[in-house]
Design a protein around this ligand. Structure first.
Ligand code: SF4
Length: 280
């Protein structure tokens, strides 16, 4: 099999920083003494490696003992969670990505300036759940159909987007909003360039191959988006976590395969996959 790799793929700086923060916290406070509030990143294999190095995981702040070391993952949390951590006298190690932090600051500023904040994003994604905590009554719009149903009229709207969304998807929703008689719209670009570069590289590669493999966690929003874009480009596409998910039928009748990966997929998963595929 001929295997081509996307020029931009895998780990972004935000994920690298979060992993480094987790590793240095474990090195500093000792194995078993640092608890991540949810998975540090959306990649099960990396999370398992961190856990075997001594990082613990918990879903709830309330489960932690006063004085415990708590790691805030790359997706960030609401100010309310930070406040509760402070009240509980937890030692907070904040691994929120700087771009997610920027989105949180923007939402707070838009609210202070009198805008009704609109966030284009997936309401179930941890980044969105955290960011909307920085202003009251944030309206979440995930798809074009939500505009009619969810968006209040006659308001000054301040619009941001989930960092990992595709610009085309965000533009489509904004086009739907500007068709309506809003008095004022302020759009702040909170999209992540790391994600956009991976999307562009994936679509370019999809045009050169018979089949695309997009590697990354099943819950990783940016990996899902990469797979969606490759499919939209018209090529057979599989979203897999690791080589274990591969089945020979996926390359039946194909000669050239493209491989890309989401921003939370490590190189060792990508390289193992590409090497094994080349051997077929
Ligand atoms: S994809 Fe972008 S926003 Fe998300 S962690 Fe990486 S650098 Fe930060």
């Amino acid at each position: 099999m001929i295997v081509k790799l996307a020029e931009k793929r895998g780990f972004c700086f935000g994920v690298e920083d979060a992993i480094e923060a987790a590793q240095s916290a474990v090195a500093r406070y000792g194995a078993g003494n640092v608890v991540s509030l949810g998975p540090v990143i959306h990649n099960q294999q990396v999370v398992e490696r961190l856990e075997s190095a001594g990082l613990r995981q918990s879903g709830e702040l309330e489960e932690l003992e006063p004085g415990a070391n708590v790691l805030i993952r790359s997706h960030g949390v609401t100010p309310d969670v930070l406040e509760r951590a402070k009240q509980k006298q937890l030692n907070v190690v904040d691994a929120t990505c700087v771009l997610v932090k920027k989105a949180q600051d923007v939402v707070q500023r838009l609210h202070e300036e009198g805008y009704r904040v609109v966030m284009i994003g997936d309401r179930n994604h941890p980044e969105v759940r955290g960011v909307i905590g920085y202003a009251p009554n944030v309206v979440i719009i995930d798809r074009v159909e939500d505009v009619e149903r969810e968006l209040p009229f006659k308001e000054r709207l301040g619009i941001v987007a989930q960092t990992t969304h595709a610009p085309e998807h965000v533009a489509e929703i904004i086009a739907e909003i500007v068709r309506r008689p809003y008095i004022e719209l302020k759009i702040v670009n909170t999209l992540c360039l790391e994600v956009i570069r991976r999307q562009q590289a994936a679509v370019k590669l999809a045009a050169e191959v018979d089949v695309m493999f997009v590697l990354g966690g099943k819950h990783s929003a940016n990996t899902q988006e990469l797979a969606r874009m490759c499919r939209a480009a018209g090529v057979d596409t599989y979203h897999l976590e690791t080589w274990n998910d591969f089945e020979p039928g996926m390359i039946e009748g194909k000669t050239v395969a493209g491989v890309t990966a989401g921003a939370s997929t490590p190189d060792w998963i990508i390289n193992e996959f590409a090497d094994r595929l080349r051997e077929l």
